[in-house]
Design a protein around this ligand. Structure first.
Ligand code: ZN
Length: 113
């Protein structure tokens, strides 16, 4: 399961940050899930329950935020949000292969004490 290994890696970062902050409990985490990442939010929530068991994050609130895909058009020098799966610039109608957002899983915020 792809989501479990991603969640384990994300949780490892969160636990390291918690330790660095001198805290012992994670109360909530917010993750940004890119729409192109291929991650299934429900599977991620399940993976969190499994991966957090017995850690400082056990019982923490997990908030998942979906992040839309954004592309960059080199001709117009601006970002745009593509419609569907066609990355066409709405200004000049060229196709872009430069995806600047939407492919990753990001740990956006962490509440600890
Ligand atoms: Zn353009």
């Amino acid at each position: 399961m792809h989501e479990l290994s991603l969640m384990e890696a994300t949780l490892a970062i969160a636990l390291t940050q918690t330790q660095a902050a001198g805290a012992s409990t994670i109360h909530s985490l917010e993750l940004q899930v890119g729409t192109l990442s291929g991650i299934v939010p429900e599977a991620l929530a399940f993976a969190f329950d499994v991966a957090s068991a017995g850690t400082a994050a056990e019982g923490a609130e997990l908030r998942l935020k979906t992040v839309p895909t954004r592309c960059y058009c080199g001709d117009c020098q601006q970002e745009f949000q593509p419609r569907d799966w066609i990355y066409e610039c709405p200004h000049c109608h060229r196709l872009s292969t430069d995806i600047c957002q939407g492919q990753d899983l990001i740990l956006a915020s962490l509440e600890v004490s």
